[in-house]
Design a protein around this ligand. Structure first.
Ligand code: MEV
Length: 378
């Protein structure tokens, strides 16, 4: 990109990985820990200055292109803040639908608008963005957190500010609230920092991350199976779970305890596998512990109502073959798909026998990828 006077305009690429929740989804919304891996499929935002005022947004994957203005994006984000406060005070499915609206570029507009409100002063930018994603949308791989992270970082850099991770995280958190209602914040925290992270809520409400050691032999044995897009958004599923909690708070706390225990056991099995490389016998013990923990996590998620019958039946068939599987991410309330499944089997080839799992439904992702990257381009 260049101006008429040939002074180079800034251009950059900001990218963020997707994420896969190994354990602790939903419970994380209520302050319980989660174990989350960044995945090596990334979402890239190419951003730069353009000759005329205005902001050009090209969402190539959605086949959407729109030119808007900084003023319009600030106003969009400010209105979304108001709707979010209304949802926060009265978190019903109806309020969530009002918050979310039906603009397919909602998240993009909120991310850019929030960044301008916080860091842009009164400037009217001349920017162009193109979003290109290798992440399956709505499969629980964190495409919204990755988009919010990469867009926020790109806009901050174009505003001449460093894309400081804590600062970007604050804005990603706000954007995720407008998108999902009451997110835990774990998705944003992990796509920014990468790796495999144990994420805990600290006393003051902030998230505390602890990277797991690397390499973890058992992590390499985990497969990711795509069951198809959930019929409901993350925000809808989280809102339904919140209503379950309101109906029976004591039972809900018990469920959270159970999910937290399973999450801790998934972590412990993975970490123990680092020490077990020298002994096949010990490796088998950790594998069995991992399968057990995944089984329990799945039962907890079923009790939350986020595993539709079709997906539950598939999990039972995997278990019948000696493996274990659990929903990863929000799951679904009904319909055939529930996003990704985390699958473990000591001999995964046996899952292909008789077509129980088709090899092409396994996603070729590696867990523990790097976090946010911003590269300036000439
Ligand atoms: C979504 O990726 C995970 C949930 O736990 C929601 C959240 O943590 O915000 C379902």
């Amino acid at each position: 990109l260049s101006t008429a006077s040939h002074s180079p305009l800034r251009a950059l690429a900001a990218s963020a990985p997707g994420k896969l929740i190994l354990a602790g989804e939903h419970a994380a919304v209520y302050g319980r820990p989660a174990l989350v891996a960044a995945v090596d499929a990334r979402l890239v935002v190419e951003g730069g200055e353009r000759a005329e005022r205005g902001i050009d947004i090209d969402l190539s994957d959605l086949g959407l292109r729109e030119t808007t203005s900084g003023a319009a994006l600030r106003e969009y984000a400010a209105r979304a803040q108001e709707r979010w406060r209304a949802f926060h005070d009265d978190p019903t499915p109806q309020r969530f639908r009002e918050l979310r609206g039906d603009d397919p570029a909602h998240l993009v507009k909120v991310a850019l608008g929030e960044t301008l409100l916080r860091h842009g002063g009164a400037i009217e930018p001349a920017w162009a963005f193109r979003v290109v994603s290798k992440l399956p949308v709505g499969s629980g791989m964190g495409s919204s957190a990755a988009a919010a992270a990469a867009l926020t970082a790109a806009a901050m850099r174009l505003l001449g500010r460093p894309a400081d991770l804590d600062e970007v995280e604050t804005l990603v958190r706000e954007t995720e609230r407008r998108q999902h209602g009451s997110p835990s914040g774990v998705d944003g925290a992990v796509v920014l920092r990468g790796g495999v992270q144990w994420v805990e809520r600290a006393a003051e409400g902030a998230l505390r991350l602890e990277a797991l050691p690397s390499p973890l032999p058992l992590l390499e044995e985990i497969r990711v199976l795509d069951t198809g897009s959930p019929g409901q958004s993350t925000g809808e599923v989280v809102t339904a779970v919140r209503q379950l909690r309101a109906a029976d708070p004591a039972r809900f706390e018990e469920l959270l305890d159970r999910l937290e225990q399973a999450t801790r056991r998934v972590r412990d099995a993975l970490v123990a596998s680092a020490a077990s490389v020298a002994s096949a016998e010990l490796g088998a013990r950790e594998g069995a512990a991992l399968a057990d923990a995944i089984h329990d996590a799945q039962r907890g998620l079923e009790a939350l109502g986020v595993v539709p019958p079709e997906v539950r039946a598939l999990v039972r068939r995997i278990e019948g073959r000696g493996g274990a599987a659990k929903v990863s991410g929000a799951g679904a309330l009904h319909g055939p798909g529930a996003g990704c499944l985390v699958v473990y089997h000591p001999h995964p080839a046996s899952l292909f026998v008789g077509g129980l799992i088709r090899p092409e439904s396994l996603l070729p992702v590696r867990l523990g990828a790097p976090g946010l990257r911003v590269e300036e381009r000439a």
